[in-house]
Design a binder for this molecule. Structure first.
Ligand code: C5J
Length: 235
């Protein structure tokens, strides 16, 4: 079955080969999204990120139904902080730093409750989870190897935050030759203006490092795919 579909996108339509496309969900972690978590202790309005949860839940369900490869990422560090450079640990003047005790365990430390992904988007046992110490999902991880092994060439990029980890990962992926679609209503920022401009930056100059598209267009093609071949994963 032909699994190449055309998606209305900015700056123009993109042909997606669904068998070689992965859904990447960046850092939808309790520490960033929940009231009382690290994000909020930095003075941020977590409600700005919560808006992503409903559309992303719908896109994730459609991707799972269609058998698409799903990759989740989590930003965080080893308990001894040996993978957290001082330049990251000491930046700014937060009331709490990475590794400090927070409302949901030690902040952004692997294995802690707050470091894990919110319940609504919890990975299934067969989905890939990439733990990353940096903003980009390719830096110091095996994401590139995971995608190469599965023959992935195109990425649907979602998660938080638009201008930080989503942007960094999209730029890293673009430089590595992946075609990236940033799903406009499935990414979010604590700062609405950064979100808006972040999306504009992706599509500027004819799509300088990717495309943007809303989730409904993607859900429609994934639902169609699942209906056409209900038992055959596309990747
Ligand atoms: C940040 C992220 N903003 N996931 N992390 O520190 O964007």
């Amino acid at each position: 079955m032909d699994a190449i579909v055309t998606i209305p996108a900015r700056p123009g339509p993109i042909d997606l080969d669904l068998a070689h496309t992965a859904l990447v969900i960046i850092d939808m972690q309790r520490d960033f999204l929940l009231p009382g978590g690290f994000g909020e202790t930095l003075g941020n309005d977590v409600g700005q990120l919560q808006r992503v949860v409903e559309p992303l839940t719908g896109l994730l369900a459609a991707a799972r139904e269609a058998g698409m490869l799903v990759v989740h990422t989590r930003e965080g560090h080893l308990p001894d902080l040996s993978d957290c450079p001082p330049a990251k640990l000491n930046r700014g003047a937060p009331s709490k730093r990475i590794g400090d005790p927070g409302a949901f365990g030690r902040i952004l430390i692997r294995g802690e409750y707050g470091h894990d992904i919110i319940d609504e988007l919890a990975p299934t046992a067969d989905e890939v989870v990439i733990d990353k110490p940096g903003k980009g999902a390719f830096h110091a991880t095996d994401l590139g190897a995971v995608l190469a092994t599965r023959g992935i060439t195109q990425l649907l990029i979602t998660g938080v935050t638009t201008e930080v980890c989503v942007h960094t990962t999209t730029r890293e992926a673009n430089d590595r030759g992946y075609e990236c679609v940033v799903v406009s209503d499935c990414v979010g920022s604590y700062f609405p203006e950064f979100h808006r401009v972040g999306l504009e930056m992706v599509v500027a100059q004819g799509g300088i490092f990717g495309w943007t598209a809303p989730s409904d267009a993607l859900i429609a093609v994934l639902t169609e795919q699942a209906a056409t071949s209900p038992s055959a994963p596309i990747s």
